[in-house]
Design a protein. Sequence first.
Length: 151
Amino acid sequence: MGLERTLIIVKPDAVQRGLIGEVLARLERRGLKLVALKMMQMSRELAEAHYAVHRGKPFFEDLVNFITSCPVVVGVVEGPNAIAVTRKTMGETDPAKSEAGSIRGDLGLTIGQNLIHGSDSPESAAYEIGLFFRQEEILSYERAIDRWVAG
Ligand code: DAT
Ligand code: MG
């Protein structure tokens, strides 16, 4: 179980609902470490690049319109097995199918408003982190709690 980094986006619905702190807190409480964080409004160009694998699908236009509709919070999260652990903490793509206890399962109802993005593989994590952050914006630091959450 190697140390991984993954890209997260607190989506417009979570920002509008005042759930930025709630979503980030769940990742922090899991033990994951935020190593980059910023608020931004995504351009259409950036959104289309980020969701390039979904181009041509029926929901693509709605997805790009949604993710660019208001500012989002974008971050890089680090930890052992961070990609899968973040996905598990998020829940399933469709909140209706997500377990209670997950972000989407506790806070969401429909697939179009599912609160958070997280990369789904090491390849997409590398691609997505590179889209949003320069190397020098990603910080390496020790937390005193690290040995208690990932000993
Ligand atoms: P995830 O966000 O869980 O990685 P995904 O990469 O398959 O899911 O899709 C990206 C986003 O697109 C997803 O968060 C919500 C939207 N989406 C996916 N499938 C959809 C569908 N069938 N109808 C409407 N929106 C969908
Ligand atoms: Mg995805």
